[in-house]
Design a protein around this ligand. Structure first.
Ligand code: ADP
Ligand code: MG
Length: 318
């Protein structure tokens, strides 16, 4: 296979339209943006961002999902993406699976692959996604106000438990399967993110762990906060694991959930409930923003002590 046949066969799957004047095939793409462009990029490396055993279709899904999640966290509408792929060799089975996972998610969210780069080298996947800011404006990390409610979408800790299960943690088969799906195929919360533009005072997506990402949001806002462990939305798999002695810290600090963490004033609770219904995404209030710039997690009336917050690529020890 030549570089060009790889591109034609596996990556020329998006249709024209959707504001794509020129897509794959020229020196650069030409896009017609109807509003402010919101741009993000993420690189995925084996063993760092996905276990080496991950099936290619899940890698394709995740490479795009993590970027759509970033756009969702800005309250933006995803439109287009580019793909820079470094591959050790053009392996048909791998490319077919990867391309299928990527294409299915792209089509589900109506985003077009408009260009990229394909090189031979160690496996590395970089996706850059572009979206349009909501007319209501973008939602930044820095807008949380003292007294705001803190919310999280979906459930948290599933991906951490999926990783733990791959590393040998004993789980019931159904729970292990569910958690590994959550790790491999995160759902970007695009509809909820868009609906929250103009309403949420601050937002971030949860990639490094609930504590770490909430801390990022609060410190960008010059505030602190308190959350209640018993208010956290947990899946039956995580509930079951905790009931048999699982470590709460793992749920609080494990990454890869790609849920939205956001803040909003108590006056808009009913609207948040409406948005949850409309976007078919659970949105759960887990705490409150406080002036004192520390983040406390309460458990049965007492603060829970943590010895780490979440994943940091440059930390000496993990
Ligand atoms: P150039 O030499 O101008 O960088 P390339 O030969 O790298 O062009 O790419 C040819 C065309 O194919 C370009 O439009 C580029 O955007 C697109 N392309 C290359 N690799 C990919 C990929 N992995 N996915 C999508 N489009 C790609
Ligand atoms: Mg090139």
């Amino acid at each position: 296979m030549t570089e060009f046949s790889v591109i034609d066969r596996y990556f020329r799957f998006s249709h024209a339209g959707q504001g794509v004047d020129i897509g794959i095939g020229d020196d650069a793409a030409v896009l017609d943006s109807p509003g402010k462009l919101v741009v993000t990029v993420d690189t995925l490396l084996p063993a760092v961002h996905f276990p080496a055993s991950t099936e290619p279709a899940a890698i394709g899904h995740k490479a795009l999902a993590v970027n759509l999640s970033d756009l969702a966290a800005m309250g933006a509408q995803p439109k287009w993406f580019t793909l820079a792929l470094s591959l050790p060799q053009p392996d048909h089975d791998w490319l077919a699976g990867f391309s299928q996972g990527l294409r299915e998610l792209a089509n589900a969210f109506d985003v077009a692959l408009v260009g990229g780069d394909t090189v031979r080298g160690p496996l590395a996947i970089t996706v850059q996604a572009m979206g349009i800011a909501s007319p209501a404006g973008v939602v930044l990390r820095r807008g949380a106000q003292v007294g705001d409610d803190i919310y999280v979408s979906g459930t948290i800790g599933d991906a951490a438990l999926g990783l733990a299960s791959l590393q040998g943690e004993a789980l019931e088969e159904a729970a292990a399967h569910y958690c590994r799906q959550r790790l491999d195929r995160p759902t970007p919360r695009v509809a909820a993110g868009l609906a929250l533009a103009g309403l949420a005072t601050a937002m971030i997506d949860c990639s490094d762990g609930l504590m770490a990402d909430l801390h990022h949001l609060l410190s960008a806002s010059g505030a602190g906060g308190r959350i209640e462990f018993s208010d956290l939305p947990l899946s039956p798999a995580v509930e079951g694991w905790l009931a048999t002695g699982g470590d709460k810290q793992r749920i609080l600090t494990g990454g890869d959930d790609y849920e939205l963490i956001f803040t909003a004033p108590p006056e808009v609770r009913d609207t948040v409930r409406e948005i949850a219904k409309r976007s078919v995404t659970s949105l759960t209030k887990i705490g409150v923003v406080l002036a004192d710039p520390v983040l406390t997690i309460m458990d049965k009336g007492k603060p829970l002590a943590l010895d780490r917050e979440g994943y940091d690529h440059f930390a000496e020890h993990q």
